[in-house]
Ligand binder design. Structure first.
Ligand code: URA
Length: 238
């Protein structure tokens, strides 16, 4: 079967997830082999962790419940990359199942994308947090943590081989594009490329939830919908 024929259709009548993600605690179910020609994820053979759950490439595993691997269609044409799991994702072991995920679901439905036909993941696979009162509050990952986790993102990219990657927010954009100096502001609405796949950038769903004014929230949300629609068109082009 050709690569094209093997891909699930990202767009269709069924708009929400119909089946549970296949990958949970195994680092994406990918064979433990090095990624070729992918500088951000390259590490020496003796540093390669065998599974995502065993990863000690940075210190974030210490305070997290578990690593959260990507989930979704094995050969999805569209990969969505967020920043890092949040509180709910850390507990569930699944990406985008909390409030940001609910907003993303809504945006995907509006863009005509089925959640079960795309692949969802994060630049960083462990939840980084600080305690405020009794709540674990999101803390932005450091560059060194993003760089350490590039190993896993590169493996997901190599395994899924999407046509289009949508980077949700600046951290995801930096992780996907590497040291190529793409700022989110200048990348919005543009088609970027990395290797074989095209890259679109948008705001992170959390920004569309938390931006201080309603107009900013609506603009961020619309930017996400636009990027997802754009991704759908590119995926259909083949
Ligand atoms: N925010 C992210 O970037 N990823 C998730 O999985 C959840 C919230």
């Amino acid at each position: 079967m050709s690569r094209r024929a093997a891909r699930p259709r990202a767009r269709g009548l069924l708009r929400h997830a119909a089946s549970p993600p296949r990958r949970r605690h195994d680092g994406g179910g990918m064979a433990d082999k090095p990624t070729q020609g992918a500088a951000p994820g390259d590490i020496r053979p003796d540093q390669r962790p065998r599974t995502l759950q065993a990863c000690r490439r940075c210190g974030l595993w210490r305070d997290a419940t578990q690593a959260v691997p990507g989930a979704g269609a094995r050969r999805a044409a569209i990969m969505l990359v967020g920043e890092q799991p949040g509180d709910k994702e850390d507990l569930a072991g699944l990406p985008f199942v909390g409030p940001a995920g609910a907003l993303l679901d809504k945006a995907m439905a509006q863009a005509g994308l089925r959640r079960d036909a795309v692949y969802l993941t994060n630049a960083v696979k462990h939840f980084k947090w600080q305690l405020r009162g009794k709540r674990r509050m999101h803390k932005s990952p450091a560059q060194v943590e993003i760089a350490a986790c590039a190993y896993w993102l590169e493996r997901e990219l190599a395994a899924v081989r999407p046509r289009v990657v949508v980077a949700l927010g600046a951290t995801a954009l930096g992780a996907v594009m590497g040291e190529r100096g793409h700022t989110l502001k200048h990348s919005l609405g543009r088609e970027l490329a990395r290797g074989d796949y095209r890259v679109l950038a948008s705001y992170h769903p959390s920004y569309a939830l938390r931006s201080p004014d309603p107009a900013g929230r609506q603009a961020a949300y619309q930017s996400i919908v636009d990027a997802l629609e754009h991704a759908g068109r590119l995926a259909d082009e083949g």
